[in-house]
Design a binder for this molecule. Structure first.
Ligand code: PLP
Length: 382
């Protein structure tokens, strides 16, 4: 009989929670209306469901529901935010600051802006993936429009100091955009306390469906007004036109509500299991852990297995689902740009793997996973 594969790749995507699916299903059939249909009950029901979901999402990040627009995911939200503000404010400011360890959704968008004449500065990081706030301070000039730094890194889990970044940005009159795709549901997010002006979220990282996300845009102090980069129909304040994905949005709302309620329990359970995972492996094999040990997502561990190629380890372990630190976005996997920016050499990067735990991970799975890894590494070493 086929043994189930132990899933340790929750940063890549999460399964849709049964309670999320149950909430979504009637919106494919019974309540199938277009949320923009203003003339009948089908449309009103769909619009009401979207409002309820928007409220739940707003509660997750402590904003007001009017400050959220629904998108197809974080990549689209980042494009709408960065390109939109670049266009609208380009008369005065054409400089953006980001970091070498950001997700490709940010880095590729910045590249596109650079090719259109905008200037982008890339902060460096230390060996743990941390930025230097003094370097950020020095880089901000009267021409700087926006600082774009993620709340937590998808490969290492390293958390950026959002409160300090937000404070600095607001003191200097610069917008603060943050990619909260990985932080949502794992860290408490409060856009007021953290002085965040723009933030993106993705449903499929918090046990919701794929293809739905959101963009938070601060309404006052300051009011953020991106120019539209997509056109047609005026939905979502004219920033994300197109018929709303009502079942997806309903699922996103439910997933956000559950993430908020389960935040501390999920974090405590996952960080306890991660400690067991790391300590068990550390006792038996030579390894080093990449990331900020004092400020890391509770579910993520990025491990360099000294002298072992991570790709070989993955092939030797069909019983486990995990990933290398590589961004396999092209046909040829490149060594992770995140670990490279942290100063790891090529052989360390190629020996690194990411394990990310989730709500359905059990201690039994962690025990089995460590047994499998130890056996495989011992074999590979021979
Ligand atoms: N940002 C981060 C940090 C991510 O981990 C991901 C997905 O892997 C994205 C952005 C892109 O999100 P989406 O799949 O919703 O476009």
């Amino acid at each position: 009989m086929n043994k189930p594969v132990i899933y340790l790749d929750f940063n890549s995507t999460t399964p849709v929670d049964d309670r999320v699916l149950t909430e979504m299903l009637p919106f494919f059939t019974k309540y199938f209306g277009n949320a923009s249909s203003k003339t009948h009950k089908y449309g009103w029901e769909a619009a009401e469901a979207v409002d309820i979901a928007r409220n739940k999402l707003a509660s997750l990040i402590s904003c007001s529901p009017e400050e959220l627009i629904f998108t197809s995911g974080s990549t689209e939200a980042i494009n709408i935010a960065l390109k939109g503000i670049a266009i609208n404010y380009s008369d005065n400011k054409q400089h953006i600051i980001t970091c070498a360890t950001e997700h490709k959704a940010v880095l590729d968008t910045c590249l596109a802006l650079e090719s259109n004449g905008y200037r982008v500065s890339y902060l460096s990081v230390d060996r743990e993936g941390k930025i230097d706030l003094n370097q950020l301070d020095e880089l901000i000039s009267s021409n700087t429009l926006c600082v774009c730094l993620m709340l937590a890194n998808n490969e290492t889990g390293t958390i950026h100091p959002a409160r300090e970044i937000g404070k600095l940005c607001h003191e200097k009159g610069v917008f603060f955009l943050t990619d909260a795709t990985q932080a949502a549901g794992k860290l408490r997010i409060d856009v007021e306390e953290m002085q965040i002006d723009m933030l993106c979220l993705s449903a499929h990282k918090i046990y919701g469906p794929k293809g739905v996300g959101a963009l938070y845009l601060r309404r006052k102090n300051p009011s953020i007004k991106p120019s539209p980069v997509l056109h047609g129909g005026g939905h979502e304040k004219g920033l994300r036109p197109g018929t709303l994905n009502v079942p997806g949005i309903v699922g996103f709302g439910k997933a956000a509500e559950m993430a908020e309620n389960a935040l501390w329990d999920d974090a405590a359970a996952q960080s306890t299991m991660r400690t067991v995972f790391e300590q068990t492996l550390e006792k038996e094999i030579s390894l080093s852990i990449n990331g900020d040990m004092r400020s890391r997502l509770p579910n993520t561990t990025n491990i360099s297995f000294n002298g072992i190629k991570a790709s070989g380890l993955i092939s030797a372990l069909p019983e486990l689902a995990f990933s290398t630190g590589s961004a396999c976005t092209s046909a040829l996997p490149e060594p992770s740009h995140v670990l490279k920016a942290m100063g790891l050499d090529n052989s360390q990067i190629l020996s690194s793997a990411r394990f990310s735990l989730g709500r359905t991970t059990t201690s039994k799975e962690i025990k089995a996973a460590t047994d499998y890894i130890i056996q495989a590494i011992k074999k590979l070493k021979k």
